[in-house]
Design a protein around this ligand. Structure first.
Ligand code: 5GP
Ligand code: ZN
Length: 112
């Protein structure tokens, strides 16, 4: 694990901030978003502190592929395999936590 002191998601990984677990393995942790935007809104984060999805794709593409597999597994269980995957990248489009996270939205029909 690679943890950064001032990062809220590193603190979640260290259990210094509580979260509701959905899935965990040696590469990633998935937990419920505190402010859900769909019936199921899960965040999947790598255990390594990496700033955004572009950095993840360059530095650790296997973990990025794995995040997609985990999203699919959650959707298979929760909503017929359908899900929306969002990576906000940059503060101008709403990234507020600079530890890469996939938003997995599922569990209900979503408008386009
Ligand atoms: P971003 O805006 O960076 O793409 O997404 C950050 C997400 O993290 C938001 O959807 C927000 O609700 C969620 N979030 C922020 N702080 C916490 C927290 O302490 N616990 C949990 N479970 N989610 C959080
Ligand atoms: Zn972090």
């Amino acid at each position: 694990m690679c943890l950064q002191d001032d990062c809220i998601f590193c603190k979640i990984l260290e259990k210094k901030i509580p979260s509701t677990p959905v899935y965990e393995d040696n590469l990633v942790y998935a937990f419920n978003d505190i402010n859900p935007k769909a019936a199921i809104h899960v965040l999947i984060i790598p255990k390594k502190h990496i700033q955004n999805v572009t950095e993840l794709s360059h530095n650790d593409p296997q973990t990025l592929l794995h995040i997609i597999d985990v999203a699919q597994q959650i959707a298979d269980k929760e909503f017929h395999g359908s899900y929306r995957l969002i990576f906000n990248t940059g503060k101008e489009v709403g990234q507020s936590v600079f530890h890469v996270h996939a938003h997995v939205l599922t569990g209900e029909y979503l408008s386009e």
